[in-house]
Structure formats: C-alpha cells, structure tokens
Design a protein. Structure first.
Length: 136
C-alpha cells in the first residue's frame, strides 16, 4: 500500500508534512505527485516559457518534499506529470500503486469559480476509489 500526496504550489508544505507523518504512522511509501498546468496563451513562445518555468518550480517543490520525507526516514518517490487531465492522472496513479489514501489540498471557490474552472479536489473526492483527505 502507498499514500498519494497530490502537491500543489500554494499548499505544498502543509500537504507534504501531513503526508509524511501519515506515511510514518502507516509505515507506507508516499508518492508526491505534481502536475504542471500551463494556461493556454496566444503566443507559443510565452506558452513554452510558462511550461518550462512550471516544470522548474515543480521539480524544486518536489525536491523539498523529498527532503521532508528523508528527514523523517519515510520511503518516497516524486512524480512530475505534464498530463493535461490532472484528476485522471491522480486517480489512475492511485489505482496503479494500490494507494490506501489520497491526500490533496483544497481552496474555497465561489460557485462561479467552480463552474468556470472546476475543482481538482472535488473531482478526486467524487471519483476516487480510495479515501481522500483534503487539507486547506
């Protein structure tokens, strides 16, 4: 069994710390997952720069997550994805590694915001076979 820690740029440290403590309690491996999301822009050059910067930030954040796990002696793996469908990636990965739990961050959004932008956390909660812990 394993723990999926779906890391985002805003709440990465809180999610990572909670995931590491949970992994230590359960004696399970933790997978830190981060999906690079690049907004569509009119310029291909700008889109390429945004993608490269997103990947760089993602790698740096995952390295910090790895350090937290190392400090606590928790087995871990980091995964940086460029998958467009973030929810599908998280759920498929959780099934692939036989995850016991998914840990994900959530933010408060207005009803309009949810309609326009969706909610990764909400879709994971509604479609996951595994229990999901949401952190704000």
């Amino acid at each position: 069994m394993a723990i999926i820690s779906a890391i985002d740029l805003q709440r990465w440290e809180r999610i990572a710390r909670f995931s590491v403590e949970e992994a230590k309690l359960r004696n399970e491996k933790v997978y830190f997952l981060h999906c690079v999301e690049v907004p569509k822009v009119s310029s291909m050059v700008a889109e390429k720069v945004l993608k490269e910067e997103g990947e760089k930030m993602g790698r740096e954040m995952l390295a910090k997550c790895a350090e937290l796990a190392r400090e606590k002696g928790v087995e871990f793996e980091t995964v940086l994805s460029k998958e467009k469908n973030v929810v599908k990636f998280i759920l498929d990965f959780a099934d692939k590694v036989n995850a016991s739990i998914i840990i994900i961050g959530t933010t408060k959004k207005t009803k309009t915001g949810k309609i326009l932008f969706g909610s990764v956390a909400q879709d994971v909660i509604l479609n996951s076979k595994q229990p999901v812990v949401c952190l704000k």
